[in-house]
Design a protein around this ligand. Structure first.
Ligand code: SAM
Length: 294
């Protein structure tokens, strides 16, 4: 009978057979719960029409479940030692390609164009991310020209909460806005630290990112300027919006008067904390400061 990679006995057996020791420096925590993996595949709504990119396949537990459901899977693994393991463990799955590659160095449009038999199929990212580079990987995916049909990724629960936060929430900040500017964001489910080998010292959650179902009411005149303003506004979370805006634009009488006029015009209270502003309000502020020459 076929035994899945995703169970503690088989995971330990594979690690022993290949003399593997998990590398903390590469964020190696292997999933050993088949149920969790099946739930990840369902959250990503993987069908036999989909191309899937997996980041960090480890010893192949998630890769296997993806292979069983997707058209084709391309998995990028940085750890050279795992490549032979993956090739052997996943030998029976003919729709999987393993690449020995650092995802942060990868050219994803090119990888898609050259590695999938039919690059025009729906393209999804599914991964149990290496936690030490969650944010850089997310930003790489989100700023890539690839139009992802879904990004379904496991991360530290606290980071997941930042991604899915709403205005007024303590987790709400510039990372929230960087993600929600581009994608609809929701937490699918939490995952206990107990289902990994080795167990990390934090719990995890699965986040589902999908292309925005509703276009933004107003576009920022320039994305970089918007994110500069957002970062500046969150520099001092305990202080008022007005105080943060002064730190960004200046404290002279003239500039203060301009800031007040802009807040008046946009109907945003100067005393509000930055974490209460919606994305639409940050866009409005970005565009209004620009219009007024600041
Ligand atoms: N997918 C496997 C699982 O769920 O059991 C392993 C997940 S483990 C949390 C993260 C994996 O990402 C490890 O296999 C690690 O070697 C790999 N990794 C770390 N940094 C990477 C990078 N820059 N590029 C590609 N893979 C990376």
């Amino acid at each position: 009978e076929h035994l899945e990679v995703a169970n503690p006995v088989r995971t330990k057996a594979i690690m022993e057979r290949y003399g593997l020791h998990t590398k903390k420096s590469l964020g190696q925590n292997f999933l050993t719960d088949l149920n969790v993996l099946k739930n990840i595949v369902s959250a990503a709504e993987i069908t036999d029409q989909d191309n899937v990119i997996e980041i960090g396949p480890g010893i192949g537990a998630l890769t296997e479940q993806l292979a069983l459901n997707a058209k084709q899977v391309v998995a990028l693994e940085i750890d050279e030692q795992l490549i032979q393991v993956l090739d052997e463990v996943l030998m029976d799955y003919h729709n999987v390609k393993i690449l020995n590659q650092d995802v942060l160095q990868a050219n994803l449009p090119e990888t898609i164009a050259t590695q999938f038999d039919d690059p025009t199929r729906p393209i999804k990212v599914v991964a149990n991310l290496p936690y030490y580079i969650t944010t850089p990987i997310l930003m790489q995916l989100l700023t890539s020209p690839v139009k992802w049909d879904a990004i379904v990724v496991m991360m530290q629960k606290e980071v997941a909460q930042r991604l899915a936060a709403t205005p007024g929430n303590k987790s709400y900040g510039s990372l929230t806005l960087a993600v929600q500017y581009r994608m609809d964001t929701k937490i699918a489910f939490d995952v206990s630290r107990k289902v990994f080998i080795p167990a990390p010292n934090v719990d995890s959650a699965i986040v589902v990112l999908k292309p925005r179902s509703q276009a933004l009411a107003v576009q920022p005149f320039d994305e970089k300027s918007m994110f500069r303003l957002i970062k500046g506004c969150f520099a001092h979370r305990r202080k008022s919006l007005y105080n943060n805006l002064q730190s960004i634009f200046g404290k002279t009488e003239e500039i203060r008067a301009q800031i007040n006029a802009i807040l008046d015009l946009t109907e945003i209270s100067p005393q509000i904390r930055p974490e209460r502003l919606s994305l639409d309000q940050f866009i409005l502020l970005t565009n209004t400061f620009h219009d007024k020459g600041l």
